[in-house]
Design a protein around this ligand. Structure first.
Ligand SMILES: C[S@@+](CC[C@H](N)C(=O)[O-])C[C@H]1O[C@@H](n2cnc3c(N)ncnc32)[C@H](O)[C@@H]1O
Length: 262
C-alpha cells in the first residue's frame, strides 16, 4: 500500500535562511542542503544501478545487516530517514516485517522511484508511506516510532547532531536507532586499496552512469571527511542515545551505529 502526502507542499516550501535549521515540513535550504538535493535529483533514476555496479553488490550484505540489527517486531512502527529509493525499507520488510514504515527523504525524485517499487509489490503488504521530509526537521510527533533506520544519510546532513536529536525525539523511549555510514578502514594496507577505489572507481563509474562527475567528486570528499566512529558514538550519546554500539562492515569501509533512545 503506498500513500503520498505533503510532497508538493514540501518540495516547493519557501527557502529558509541559509544555514538555519529547517522548520517541520520544510527542507534544508542551506548551501550544502541544496547541493546534496541537486545531486540526488539528477541521479535518482540511475542511483540503484550506480550502487550495484560501484560496490560489486557488497552494499546488499550491509543492508541485510542493518535489517537484522533493526530486528523489527510485527507491531513496530518504523521510520526510514534519507530513505531514497527504498533499499533499506524493502530489506527491513523482507527480513522482519514491521507494522508500518514511513519512508522519508528530502529529494522527491528519489521517493518517486520508491513509489514505483511499492506499486510493483516491494512492500509485500506492509503499509509504506513515502513522504518528503528533512532529517533535521521531521514532521512527526514525539515518540511516534519504535525503530529509526538510515543508510548513507549522516554524511550528507548540514547539521548531523540536529538530525540525531530529531531521531531521539521521534523515537519512543527504548526505541532503536540503526544507521549505516561509510567509514575509513584502520588497517593501512586495506585503507590504501580503498583509497584507490574511492578516488578513481567511484567518480569514474558515477560519472559514466550519470554524467555528473562533479557530484561524485563531492560524494567522495564527503566520505573522506566523515569523522571516525568514536566521534559519531560521542555525538549520539550527547543527542539523547544510550547503549551505542558500532558494527564495522567489510574491514571498516562502512560502519553501522546502533543505539537506544532514552
Ligand atoms: C546515498 S542516498 C541513500 C538512499 C538510501 N538510504 C539507500 O540506502 O539507498 C542519500 C539520501 O539522503 C537524502 N538526504 C540527504 N540529506 C537529507 C536531509 N537533510 N533530509 C532527508 N534526506 C536527505 C538524499 O536525498 C538521498 O536520497
Amino acid at each position: 500500500m503506498a500513500q503520498t502526502d505533503q510532497r508538493d507542499a514540501a518540495a516547493t516550501a519557501p527557502s529558509a535562511a541559509p544555514a538555519a535549521a529547517p522548520a517541520p515540513g520544510e527542507v534544508d535550504e542551506s548551501e550544502k542542503g541544496r547541493r546534496v538535493r541537486g545531486i540526488f535529483q539528477k541521479i535518482a533514476r540511475r542511483y540503484e544501478m550506480f550502487n550495484a555496479l560501484s560496490s560489486l553488490g557488497i552494499y546488499r550484505s550491509w543492508l541485510g545487516r542493518v535489517a537484522r540489527l533493526a530486528a523489527c517486531e510485527p507491531t513496530d512502527r518504523v521510520i526510514d530517514v534519507a530513505g531514497g529509493t527504498g533499499d533499506v525499507t524493502f530489506e527491513v520488510i523482507r527480513t522482519c516485517p514491521p507494522a508500518s514504515v514511513e519512508l522519508t527523504d528530502f529529494t522527491k525524485e528519489m521517493l518517486d522511484v520508491a513509489d514505483e517499487h511499492i506499486a510493483a509489490g516491494a512492500a509485500r503488504g506492509v503499509p509504506v508511506r513515502t513522504r518528503v521530509a528533512d532529517a533535521m526537521a521531521l514532521p512527526y510527533e514525539d515518540d511516534a516510532f519504535d525503530v529509526y533506520t538510515m543508510a548513507y544519510g549522516l554524511r550528507n546532513f548540514s547539521d548531523r547532531e540536529l538530525s540525531m536529536r530529531e531521531a531521539s525525539r521521534v523515537l519512543r523511549p527504548g526505541g532503536r536507532y540503526v544507521a549505516l555510514e561509510f567509514s575509513t578502514p584502520t588497517n593501512p594496507a586495506w585503507r590504501a586499496v580503498y583509497n584507490v577505489y574511492l578516488g578513481h572507481v567511484i567518480p569514474f563509474v558515477g560519472g559514466v552512469l550519470t554524467h555528473d562527475r562533479a557530484g561524485f567528486d563531492y560524494l567522495v570528499s564527503s566520505i573522506r571527511e566523515f569523522p571516525p566512529p568514536a566521534q559519531i558514538v560521542r555525538e549520539l550519546e550527547q543527542s539523547g542515545f544510550t547503549s551505542v554500539t558500532c558494527h564495522p562492515c567489510t574491514g571498516g569501509i562502512a560502519t553501522i551505529y546502533v543505539a537506544r533512545a532514552r
